[in-house]
Design a protein around this ligand. Structure first.
Ligand code: PXG
Length: 439
């Protein structure tokens, strides 16, 4: 047990955190196992969010721990450029096997943000390699989250993530988001209303001309901005419009990848293929930072056209395919396979759905939405204090032994895929009780 007051919190500038508020009353985890964290004061906290949407197999799984431990003593680092190590190739083959035959290549990064930057650069360079270098425009979506690089915040659509950082990338435009409580509140699964919002892409074509547009990037299900589900037919229409005009469609699967919806990836769940897919988080079960980008074979082949001694894609990171991250991912894929976790969500999604929808009618709840093992519970904002109600709920949940995640006044639930039905019920009951105490 630790006394938080004895830890000097001053030097760490914490990310996406109200630093002064946090340091006045810190929340610290010191260990974790399976579905639970242990706090510095020795309390158990049920993990309702898989860390930050990443610990899909649950915490400190033996196989992953051992994979990392043995690799770090064997090959600490191997240069990423013009050199390789066997595991990186094995992992790429296993990953393409998981996502399906549409995708032949995997490019390694160290985070979701870097996966997004890589995907955007890949799309631009692809069009240039095909002799269509005038296609430079990137289309994102309002309320999209694509990490924190300049490319990612440019195509992203969350105002707070953009407003302090200047003009961002030029030549970017945005589709409207699909969230509409009047039409879709308390939908179970994909909402009925909103497929037509994909047609806004045609409006952007009229404005900019198709010949200037390189790619469209969306999260198949938007996570960070508050769990926004794709309306029925919406993704299909986006795909069709991209095909019609020759745009690459990029799915940012940093959250939806690795079983979150009950299939390995959203491309499998929806049966809609993107041209480029980004992933991270569940790739290593959150154990070691790592991201990746999947590319369709045709994209890779386009790059492979020049002289063989030339570097085809001038892009990469010192730690692309880092041996420890690769080891963590191989161990993670083993656990996913042995316990069939990447499809387990499909079997318990109905129980999860029924459970979370019992929150309808609880104080402040204006919407409950769900897909796979994700739920969004939207609260009415406190007048003049957006986000305060959800923040109070988050703190009270933590103090009572439950980890949830909030964005503005939306609560996101995304538990590890190993969760039991009684644990689902425990999350929902506890949250319901706490909402009764929130002002
Ligand atoms: N794309 C998507 C769709 C994401 O959700 C990133 C890119 C960036 O990944 P990195 O690894 O660079 O953080 C993300 C990250 C939340 C939350 O609470 C979500 C993310 C990160 C932190 C918090 O919703 N998603």
């Amino acid at each position: 047990m630790l006394d938080n007051r004895q830890i000097d919190l001053s030097s760490y500038w914490m990310p996406f955190t109200a630093n002064r508020q946090f340091k006045a009353k810190p929340r610290l985890f010191t260990s974790a196992k399976d579905m639970h964290y242990t706090t510095s004061d020795g309390r158990q906290v049920l993990d309702g969010t898989a860390g930050l949407w990443c610990v899909n197999a649950g915490h400190c799984r033996d196989k992953i721990v051992h994979a990392v431990q043995s690799k770090v003593a064997e090959l600490d680092y191997s240069p990423a450029f013009q050199m390789g190590h066997p595991d990186a190739f094995e992992l790429a083959n296993r990953l393409t096997g998981l996502i399906g035959p549409e995708y032949s290549q995997v490019f390694y990064t160290n985070s979701g943000s870097e996966a997004v930057e890589t995907a955007l650069k890949m799309a631009l360079a692809y069009h240039r390699a095909r002799g269509e270098g005038q296609r430079t425009r990137l289309i994102g979506r309002e309320r999209g989250y694509h990490g924190v690089g300049f490319g990612g915040i440019s195509v992203g659509g969350m105002g707070n993530n953009r407003k302090a950082f200047g003009p961002l990338l030029p030549g970017v435009d945005h589709l409207p988001h699909t969230h509409n409580l009047e039409k879709n509140a308390f939908s179970r699964g994909q909402p009925e209303w909103g497929a037509h919002l994909a047609d806004e892409l045609e409006r952007l074509v009229t404005l900019h001309d198709a010949s200037t547009i390189a790619a469209v990037i969306v999260e198949p299900m938007a996570g960070s901005a508050g769990v926004l589900m794709p309306p029925k037919g919406y993704l299909e229409r986006l795909r069709a419009i991209c095909d019609k005009h020759g745009f690459l469609l990029i799915f940012d699967e940093v959250i939806t990848g690795f079983g979150r919806l009950g299939a390995p990836f959203a491309v499998n769940y929806f049966g809609i293929q993107a041209d480029i897919v980004t992933a991270a988080k569940g790739l290593t079960n959150g154990t070691v930072p790592m991201g990746c980008v999947f590319a369709r074979k045709g994209i890779y082949d386009t790059f492979m056209a020049g002289p063989e001694n030339l570097i085809e894609f001038f892009h990469g990171y010192t730690y692309s395919g880092h041996p420890i991250a690769v080891a963590a991912s191989l161990g993670t894929l083993d656990v996913y396979a042995e316990e069939e976790l990447l499809t387990r969500g499909a079997g318990i999604a109905k129980h999860f759905e029924d459970a979370v929808h019992t929150l309808k009618g609880k104080p402040h709840v204006i919407d409950v939405r769900n897909l796979g093992l994700v739920a969004g519970i939207e609260l009415a904002p406190r007048p003049g204090a957006a986000g305060a109600r959800a923040y109070e709920t988050f703190v009270k949940c933590f103090e009572s032994g439950l980890l949830i995640r909030t964005t503005a006044d939306i609560i996101a639930l995304s538990p590890p895929l190993i969760i039991s039905k009684p644990q689902i019920d425990e999350i929902v009951e506890r949250l319901g009780e706490i909402l009764k105490t929130v002002a």
